[in-house]
Design a protein. Structure first.
Length: 232
């Protein structure tokens, strides 16, 4: 089919859902899954780099401190590493193993403390003891970790070393758009949020679907203009 022409009703599925698209959607979601995203920071931009291999984007940076209606763009968060080590120096909680292991937007810290004090800073899900929770602290400066309840319960008493190697400083918030022009300027807005770390069904799946949908529509004639928005 000539992609420059408007597809007939029965042909839309062939254009937007070609053979093998399920594997491609899953593969892309798996590719961006490990990236530690937040409402600002390098993880968001890295994810956009991946999207731009599929469809072109126009990016916008909004400086920290900018007033947006009743909200102020916060400082930018950059996380490099985070861990808790036992007395033997082994990592028992490790950001490099899973990006959910750190409190999203945690302030930097490095200290030693007994297990009882450390536990006050570790979020768990007692009702789902094998899962790592997702917790954020966008507007309250604090540090913390997240881990499965079973892992924390199995930690022996003793002294532990904890470190969060991060920056929280003025920077910017990034969002990106891809516009598919239609015959009219009336727009259909489609958005995927891009601010969560390793969450497959609440971030990665939406990003993957939007990126591939935007790519599939390139060259197609549509009545409406479609704006694909990737933003926190």
């Amino acid at each position: 089919m000539d992609a420059s022409k408007t597809p007939r009703p029965g042909q839309w599925a062939d254009v937007l859902c070609p053979q093998g698209i399920g594997e491609r959607l899953h593969g892309f979601a798996a590719e961006i899954f490990p990236i530690c995203r937040s409402i600002t920071g390098p993880g968001v931009r890295e994810t956009m780099d991946h999207i731009e291999r599929i469809v072109p984007l126009a990016r916008t940076e909004v400086a920290s401190g900018t007033q947006v209606l009743d909200w102020t763009v916060p400082d930018e968060w950059t996380i490099r590493d985070a861990w808790v080590k036992n007395a033997a120096g082994a990592r028992v909680i490790d950001f490099k193993a899973h990006s959910l292991h750190v409190l999203n937007y945690a302030t930097p810290m490095h200290a030693r403390m007994p297990l009882a004090d450390l536990k006050k800073r570790i979020f768990t899900l007692p009702d789902q003891p094998d899962l790592i929770p997702y917790r954020t602290s966008y507007y309250s400066k604090q540090w913390g970790f997240c881990a499965s309840h079973n892992v924390v319960q199995a930690l022996p008493d003793g002294e532990y070393e904890a470190c969060i190697d991060a920056d929280l400083a003025p920077g910017s918030l990034t969002y990106a758009e891809h516009v598919h022009p239609g015959a009219t300027t009336d727009e259909v807005l489609v958005q995927a949020h891009i601010c969560h770390p390793s969450l497959a069904n609440d971030n990665c799946s939406g990003i993957s679907v939007l990126a591939h949908l935007a790519a599939a529509m390139q060259g197609l004639r549509t009545k409406y203009t479609y704006r694909f928005l990737f933003a926190p």
